[in-house]
Design a protein around this ligand. Structure first.
Ligand SMILES: NC(=O)c1ccc[n+]([C@@H]2O[C@H](COP(=O)([O-])OP(=O)(O)OC[C@H]3O[C@@H](n4cnc5c(N)ncnc54)[C@H](OP(=O)(O)O)[C@@H]3O)[C@@H](O)[C@H]2O)c1
Length: 327
């Protein structure tokens, strides 16, 4: 079968090689699957660069979330059958940018009929991250103001939809006019183009000076710094990622004086330490998807040959929603 492999670290278009490799055999607790669709995530770019928290041995195949058909079950796997259409996380080094992948039974779920393959592939990482960030970590309440950075991105678009579903007033910050249109289409109540507007002033004006109750920040750098200037009394800043390339060094005295919380989120840890929570979140996400309340934003469907280019554009901040490889 064909698989994109990273044999040396660097930018995706420089280091990905399409290889012919043996069919996959599932280990205990794993499923071997035939890929239907794999969503490109920023962590795939970080994996290629060697900048992710996990550093798999070379060579590896990226592609951390997918929708697929089960072709073989490893020892001890229950609740799935060959032929099931599933979604969930791939077991790297055998990721989803290939014709086959491996999945862990604990991180695999039946794909809902209400979503097509590309949408189902996009329901896992971003929506689970959004849900855990907003509800589990920040305890977002109805009527609160939620500020979402990179609101037209994969994780950000999910956070906007989940914020609206929770009854929050959502402010989205995006980079550029095209992305602003996307964020408006997702239902954001206020959209701020960071390339031409000051989001700190915009949030203060929108909230009558009070500030945002919850900030969802996948960007870091200036996004984090500005957020501390427009966070409300008892606000919560959820640290989701650092796409800007700058990891902030927060001034804890500022958090004390302004009475806000800086909340870390590493959703991947729940996959081993909170499997019941992840399953409950999946049930809630399927309920919302079936009801049409959330709908993964798939902006492009690309073939296997186009995967490196798609990952490079994602890494450069030139995509919206999810770009998905369709097998
Ligand atoms: N904490 C967790 O558990 C968890 C789980 C999953 C993902 N994440 C993180 O969430 C973040 C977003 O992932 P994603 O896949 O949804 O990506 P994405 O948001 O679709 O793409 C990244 C976005 O970041 C913004 N950005 C700002 N400065 C940038 C720069 N210098 N280079 C590239 N992009 C820049 C861009 O949006 P604008 O131009 O609109 O600002 C860009 O579109 C990543 O940091 C990822 O690692 C965290």
């Amino acid at each position: 079968m064909k698989a994109w492999q990273v044999a040396a670290l660097g930018e995706p278009t420089d280091v990905l090689r399409l290889a012919e490799v043996p069919d996959l055999v599932p280990g205990p607790g794993q499923l071997a699957v035939r890929v239907r669709a794999t969503a490109a995530n920023f962590p795939d770019v970080l994996l290629c660069r060697g900048h992710y928290q996990d550093r798999p041995a070379l060579p590896f195949t990226p592609g951390i979330e997918l929708c697929a058909d089960v072709v073989a079950l490893g020892d001890g796997v229950e609740g799935f059958a060959v032929g099931d259409r599933v979604l969930g996380g791939a077991v790297i080094p055998h990721g989803g940018f290939a014709e086959q992948a491996l999945m862990a039974a604990t991180d695999t779920f039946l794909a809902p009929d209400s979503l097509d393959d590309a949408e189902a592939a996009s329901l896992h990482v971003a929506y689970q991250t959004g849900w855990f960030g907003l509800h589990r970590r920040a305890c977002l309440q109805q009527g609160e103001t939620l500020l979402v950075h990179a609101g037209a991105g994969g994780v950000g678009s999910a956070a906007i939809q989940l914020g609206k579903a929770a009854g929050a007033r959502v402010v989205a910050v995006v980079g550029g006019a095209e992305k602003a249109d996307v964020a408006r289409g997702l239902g954001a109540d206020l959209v701020v183009d960071r390339t031409s507007e000051d989001f700190v002033a915009a949030v203060k004006e929108f909230t009558g000076g009070r500030g945002a109750d919850v900030v969802f920040d996948p960007v870091g750098g200036d996004a984090y710094a500005g957020s501390t200037k427009c966070i409300a009394f008892e606000g919560r800043i959820v640290v989701v990622g650092f796409t800007s390339g700058t990891i902030p060094a927060p001034a804890l005295s500022h958090a004390l004086v302004k009475n806000y919380s800086i909340v870390g989120l590493h959703w991947g840890l729940y996959r081993t330490r909170g499997t019941a929570l992840v399953r409950a979140c999946y049930d809630e996400l399927v309920r919302l998807a079936d009801a049409g309340v959330v709908a993964p934003l798939v902006s492009e469907r690309v073939g296997l040959d186009d995967v490196p280019d798609a990952l490079s554009r994602l890494g450069a901040g030139r995509t919206v929603g999810r770009v998905v490889y369709l097998a």
